[in-house]
Design a protein around this ligand. Structure first.
Ligand code: GLN
Length: 505
């Protein structure tokens, strides 16, 4: 008899469910117990949907008993970033302005996970409207890194990464506009993938910067992210940027990669992504892994992407410009919070909007709306927004030129390991600079994966793999190969080194 265990990967749990050694209700219940045990310390969840998860699990068990043919991940529980609309379950974007709002519809990706019969454990914490790199900008409190509770888990998707890293959920969904899936993955020792732009529907994902936003999978190993990517991806007529092509076999690519055969694969190291400001231990782990890729038959090529140093500046004009437009819908009339002026001004549409936004939005969100509005203003549009779009084109050309020479590009995911809570809160620029290596992929719409890459001073470091658009399968092949090589080196999965909180058996 196998005892349901939160240490199962999604693929392992799916097998146990299929052969009947574990029921879906047991699988959900042991993760709910784990959340009960540890989330008081971690605060990965903003809302736990225990009833809904158990109800889905009961249906799965009933159908399985009746011999119904079920999808591969049926009964495997999942956590969902609270930026993604879930019908009947509160969705806040970690903002006061949406407190109390219950979406009347599901995001398309939530419909996908429901069709895959996956129980939703709850909604995970994030920086307000996904703006941040540490989850310290949530209106509902910080999330803590399970490797060291005094440190940030990365952001904006700190909640999803921590839920997975601390065995509260085998899988989670994140969103990545400039690194919000990959950064938290690097800081917590998990795997996170930002798919090709348009591969996963954005319908029902609360918009931050629409030309950059992309939802994707978070898991504890490469195969699990591939399995979840297959569930999330697919054409959606409700998203005008959705790619209308069949979903490639990502899990097969991961399985192939795990054989550690990288013969014929060309790997590019971008000079501009391993430069100044990177923690020595992060760089050391990166170069060690590069050698492992070579040992598996890959050819490593050094190359230059001369426009990448400007990606950061372009992002911090394009992103806030889109933010200022997308967040204009929060006017105190349509969703969540509504505040009437208390300073004697008459109650008009304008005064209610002002009072609602004043109270409902946090500092960081206000900063970006102001920056974006300024960048788009008539006198500055060409100088700021226009030039940033030109830089974006140059970055896309740099990627195209690089991918003429190599199959994938690699870099450390983040320049440092997880920093202390509060350490960068007053230094906006230092916080923003944590995303230098992740932003280029969003500007070009290309897919990128971050995976655990060994430890520096007791904390996880991340290895990033970037592929050309629609070639996400390469991420899974190369990622699974490196994962297999690294496990060999450590004699066990990296995450077993994570500090035990309490393990539900
Ligand atoms: N940390 C980046 C920012 O603050 C990226 C956010 C994201 O990917 N959602 O904008």
């Amino acid at each position: 008899m196998v005892v349901s265990n939160t240490r199962f990967t999604a693929a392992e749990l799916a097998t146990q469910l299929k052969i009947g050694t574990v029921s879906a209700v047991e699988a959900v219940q042991c993760h709910l117990d784990r959340i009960d045990d540890v989330d008081g310390d971690l605060h990965a969840f903003l809302h736990v949907s225990a009833e809904e998860a158990l109800a889905t699990a009961r249906e799965v068990d009933k159908d399985r008993a009746a011999g119904v043919d079920l999808p591969p991940l049926a009964g495997v529980p999942i956590a969902v970033k609270d930026l993604i609309c879930t019908k009947g379950i509160p969705t806040t974007a970690a903002s006061r302005i949406l407190e109390g709002w219950i979406p009347p519809y599901d995001a398309s990706i939530v419909r996908n996970i429901k069709a895959a019969r996956m129980p939703i454990l709850g909604k995970t914490n994030l920086d307000e409207f996904a703006m941040g790199s540490s989850t310290e900008h949530s209106a509902f409190g910080d999330t803590h890194n399970p490797w060291d509770l005094d440190r940030i888990p990365g952001g904006s998707g700190g909640g999803s990464a921590v839920a997975v890293a601390s065995y509260e959920a085998p899988l989670a969904i994140g969103t990545d506009t400039g690194g919000s899936i990959r950064g938290p993955a690097a800081f917590t020792g998990t795997v996170g993938v930002k798919p090709t732009y348009g591969s996963v529907s954005r319908y029902g994902c609360i918009a931050m910067a629409s030309s950059l936003d992309q939802a994707g999978p978070v898991a504890r190993n490469v195969l699990d992210t591939a399995l979840l990517h297959e569930v999330l991806a697919g054409y959606d007529p409700r998203d005008s940027t959705s790619i209308n092509e069949p979903v490639p076999a990502y899990a097969d690519a991961a399985v192939h990669g795990a054989t550690q055969d990288l013969k014929g694969v060309k790997v590019g190291v971008v000079l501009e992504m391993v430069g100044n400001g990177f923690q020595p231990g992060v760089l050391a782990r990166f170069y060690e892994s590069l050698t492992k890729l070579q040992n598996m038959g890959a050819e490593v090529v050094n190359l230059s992407c001369p426009s990448f140093p400007f990606a950061f500046d372009a992002y911090y004009l394009i992103m806030p410009a889109e933010v200022s437009s997308n967040l204009a819908r929060y006017d105190g009339m349509r969703y969540g919070l509504r505040v009437e002026p208390t300073d004697g001004r008459p109650v008009t549409a304008e005064s209610v909007t002002m009072a609602t936004r004043g109270q409902g939005f946090g500092e960081e969100v206000k900063r970006r709306i102001i920056l974006g509005t300024y960048a788009l203003s008539a006198g500055y549009y060409d100088a700021f927004y226009g030039s940033a779009q030109q830089v974006r084109t140059l970055i896309q050309r740099d990627f195209a030129a690089a991918f003429d020479q190599v199959d994938v590009l690699v870099s450390p995911t983040t320049p440092t390991t997880a920093f202390k809570l509060g350490e960068k809160l007053d230094d906006v620029l230092a916080m923003y600079l944590g995303d230098v290596a992740t932003i280029p992929a969003n500007l070009a719409g290309v897919p990128a994966l971050s995976m655990p890459n060994g430890i520096d001073a007791g904390l996880p470091t991340g290895f990033q793999i970037i592929a050309p658009a629609k070639e996400d399968a390469r991420l899974y092949r190369v990622g699974a190969a490196l994962e297999a090589a690294l496990e060999h080196q450590w004699g066990g999965p990296l995450l077993d080194q994570a500090p035990e909180l309490t393990v539900a058996e």
